[in-house]
Design a protein around this ligand. Structure first.
Ligand SMILES: Nc1nc2c(c(=O)[nH]1)N[C@H]1C(S)=C(S)[C@@H](COP(=O)(O)OP(=O)(O)OC[C@H]3O[C@@H](n4cnc5c(=O)[nH]c(N)nc54)[C@H](O)[C@@H]3O)O[C@H]1N2
Ligand SMILES: Nc1nc2c(c(=O)[nH]1)N[C@H]1C(S)=C(S)[C@@H](COP(=O)(O)OP(=O)(O)OC[C@H]3O[C@@H](n4cnc5c(=O)[nH]c(N)nc54)[C@H](O)[C@@H]3O)O[C@H]1N2
Ligand code: SF4
Ligand SMILES: [Mo]
Length: 711
């Protein structure tokens, strides 16, 4: 029943979901390549997909908890029993008027992912990876440009012209891919004469490739950008045409006034980048044919919205919105809606800020999803009763992971646990599964149908990519979309009138005159093949009320954020004496998140060729002061926890920082449990401590934490 030959589908060894070709022979996947109709690349994780597919630890049947939560003791059960348990619990919850106390945490592969539809129809919440990554940036773009809420739309580096400037500000694109083609596209752009500038406290692989590495002080980016804006305006180098035509009247004057005292010299004192360097970078940006800024985790600190704001201002006044090499605007694929469309719960009414101390202020940063960090808080205050995790692993990825674990094990008043049901939908047992009442075995990305069309794709504008099964799933695996559709049919049938996932995708594809079969015949990819630059011109302006770019945010006047504040993150100034170093967590190209998919893959995790441990990066000056030598075991402690790791003494990090790879610490899985890595989230405080800061940005500060280091 499965075709032989090179079959087009989509990788899912990370959230970039690149277009790939899989060579299949007699029902077995044999080889993986980039699909030349996409960008034609796979990364090291993508290439190792076969070791995931045929991993001995794959789950093959539903499991029910028999011991206590956290013990990880299970017995196999049938799908009928598993679904009855789940549907029974959800009916009971809804009958109690508490449907909104269901949260499902998963990575949506499209904005109409069937799982998301189920939540909207049932009345529960989705929380996803998205608020983790860069929600402050999204909020900034919505406020400034009225853009469709989009996730990560990096500059399309394949369009960066000669002399264009590519700035990585808190972004490690050679290690964390939006698409396996990004590193090549950056190098190609450099070969055309574009310049790569990397702002990073760590000498990352990106910094190594850069024309200019600026080891900025963590969270100094806003100050740096304001210093550049000051200098550009002072010299009269702004893009006068864009400012006159596309920036809301009066805003540029307000900006001019605001940045008057944000001179390169004044900003240098905050961000620790020499004033002359700020001027040099400002000049480069003002004179370049394009400037693209890519930023992601590195900005997710307590003043992340300020940075998102400063960044949109810099791009706007230099005319770098939706131009080749600049900041692309999202472009949604015109799929057909599946009627009736469920409205979804009202986030503000029902608990969007159910735990925050600054509820009213927070409402201003309204975002489309519930932030993930509320899980532990919400369990404790009774706001979360059923949690379904799919394609995520909060027991390791939540900041304050121990808080999360404690909260899910907290005894309830009328039930065994305060969180009444925890479901882990996985391909292999994960650290989160250990705490679950039900573990459900998913089909892998080689075994399922899925329709992908997210606007954040690093692609050529609009597009749809088909993921199709190329091999048979083992045992009784069922894809989460099939199961959520089944739950929908039982719990909210009005919204689930279609037969199955394939019919659902067919209805949506009808908007493009396509069907799943037709898309399959076309090689699984639909795209008009163009980015469509400066779409605002044709659309009669931006999505803001004035149709122009808003530099000044009057709705945030009362909290002093109408203009970006040049301050360092509040985290930076807390507990300095006890915890003198900032510990930065960052990623590696060998692993995706904390997940079993890569950590439990012998091709990616071994002591010679891959990542086996996460040593603490430490500057030689700091090491000398602390009497630490390369390879010594050191203790890293924070207000929350303590870990022991080997030290790696290197010039590639600022003396006031130390660095730790994120994602380690799994104790489950034949391969994952080997090696020495520790989880950075043992050190990072739970939302409880920093909630007010995070409320303010709608983001999470888990990339930098104050720590002490001892031998
Ligand atoms: N291989 C791999 N690829 C991935 C992922 C993965 O886990 N593995 N995860 C995916 C996901 S979910 C995401 S969100 C993205 C994340 O992609 P990135 O954001 O690129 O990921 P990080 O490695 O955390 O990179 C953040 C960089 O910011 C730097 N940094 C920290 N603080 C500051 C600061 O204050 N200012 C500046 N200028 N820099 C700072 C860090 O040193 C680090 O190099 O990657 C995606 N791709
Ligand atoms: N300290 C610190 N913490 C962080 C970050 C950081 O930089 N530092 N980054 C944050 C960010 S940006 C993000 S996005 C989050 C990510 O956190 P999570 O969303 O929790 O993601 P992962 O750690 O990638 O875990 C993905 C899980 O999905 C499983 N999986 C893989 N394929 C499938 C599949 O086909 N089906 C199913 N059902 N499961 C599958 C994997 O085995 C893995 O356990 O972590 C956040 N946490
Ligand atoms: S970046 Fe690598 S792991 Fe991620 S989807 Fe692309 S090929 Fe797969
Ligand atoms: Mo993320």
């Amino acid at each position: 029943m499965y075709d032989n030959g090179w079959i087009p589908t989509a990788c899912y060894q990370c959230k970039a979901e690149c277009a790939i070709l899989v060579r299949v022979e007699d029902g077995k996947a044999k080889e993986i390549r980039g699909n030349p109709r996409g960008h034609g690349k796979v990364c090291v994780k993508g290439m190792s997909g076969l070791s995931l597919e045929y991993n001995q630890d794959r789950l093959t049947q539903p499991l029910k908890r028999v011991g206590k939560r956290g013990e990880g003791k299970f017995e196999p059960i049938s799908w009928d029993e598993a679904l009855d348990m789940l549907v029974g619990k959800l009916s009971e919850l809804r009958d109690r008027g508490e449907a909104h106390k269901l949260t499902a945490s998963f990575f949506p592969h499209s904005i109409t992912d069937p799982k998301w539809r189920f939540l909207n129809a049932y009345g529960g919440f989705i929380n996803t990876a998205l608020p983790h990554c860069d929600s402050a940036k999204i909020v900034a773009f919505i406020k400034a440009m009225g853009g469709v809420p989009n996730h990560h739309i990096p500059p399309a580096f394949f369009t960066t012209p000669k002399d264009g400037v590519m700035i990585m500000a808190g972004r490690h694109a050679f290690g964390c891919l939006d698409d396996a083609a990004v590193p090549r596209d950056i190098l190609d752009a450099q070969a055309r004469g574009a310049k790569l500038v990397v702002l990073d406290p760590i000498y990352t692989p990106d910094a190594a490739k850069a024309d200019w590495w600026i080891p900025i002080k963590p969270s100094g980016d806003t100050a740096l950008f304001l210093g550049m804006i000051n200098y550009i305006i002072d010299k009269g180098w702004e893009d006068k045409e864009f400012v006159a035509n596309w920036i809301r009247e009066g805003d540029f004057d307000k900006l001019k006034d605001f940045v008057k005292d944000k001179t390169p010299k004044a900003m240098s004192a905050i961000c620790d980048v020499p004033a002359d360097d700020i001027k040099k970078l400002a000049k480069m940006c003002a004179k370049a044919p394009s400037v693209g800024v890519d930023s992601f985790k590195g900005i997710m600190l307590g003043q992340a919205l300020d940075f998102g704001h400063a960044w949109t201002i810099l791009l706007a006044i230099t005319g770098n919105i939706d131009n080749p090499g600049g900041q692309p605007l999202p472009d949604l694929t015109p799929m057909s809606p599946v009627e009736p469309t469920p409205a979804g719960p009202d986030l503000h009414e029902l608990g969007w800020h159910r735990t925050g101390p600054d509820k009213d202020k927070f409402a201003k940063y309204s975002f489309i999803m519930e932030p993930t960090w509320y899980e532990a808080q919400a369990i404790k205050n009774g706001g979360l009763k059923v949690l379904i995790t799919a394609e995520c692993n909060p027991a390791l990825t939540e900041m304050g992971q121990e808080e999360w674990r404690k909260a899910v094990c907290m005894p309830g008043e009328d039930s065994e646990y305060q969180l009444e049901m925890l479901v882990s939908y996985e391909i292999m047992l994960s650290e989160t599964s250990r705490f679950a009442d039900l573990v459900l075995p998913d089909k892998s990305y080689f075994e399922r149908w899925e329709l992908l069309y997210m606007p954040w794709w690093y692609n050529f504008g609009q597009g749809v990519l088909l993921r199709q099964p190329v091999v048979e799933a083992p045992g009784e695996c069922r894809h989460s979309n099939e199961v959520f559709i089944e739950m929908g049919k039982r719990l909210c049938p009005d919204y689930f009138q279609f037969k199955d996932d394939l019919e659902y995708y067919d209805i949506q594809l009808a908007g493009l005159g396509l069907s799943v079969d037709k898309l399959k015949e076309m090689g699984g990819i639909w795209s008009p093949g163009t980015m469509g630059f400066r779409k605002y011109e044709k659309a009669g302006g931006f999505g803001t009320p004035s149709k122009k770019v808003h530099l000044y945010w009057e709705d945030l006047e009362d909290i002093d954020q109408a203009m970006p504040r040049p301050i360092l993150a509040p985290e930076y100034d807390a507990d300095v004496e006890d915890y003198p170093f900032i510990c930065i967590s960052y990623r590696t190209v060998f692993h995706q998140g904390s997940g079993q998919w890569s950590h439990n893959n012998p091709q990616l995790r071994d002591s010679v060729s891959g990542m086996y441990t996460n040593p603490l990066l430490i500057n030689p000056k700091t090491a000398k002061k602390l009497g630490i030598q390369d390879g010594d075991k050191v203790t890293v402690s924070s207000r929350t926890g303590q870990v022991q790791v080997p030290a790696k003494v290197t010039e590639g990090i600022r003396p006031d920082c130390v660095g730790l790879h994120h994602g380690f610490g799994s104790s489950i899985g034949r391969v994952a449990s080997t090696g020495e890595g520790v989880s950075d989230n043992l050190l990072i405080p739970d939302s409880g401590m920093t909630l007010d800061w995070q409320d303010m940005v709608g983001g999470e500060s888990h990339v930098s934490t104050r720590v002490q280091v001892t031998k």
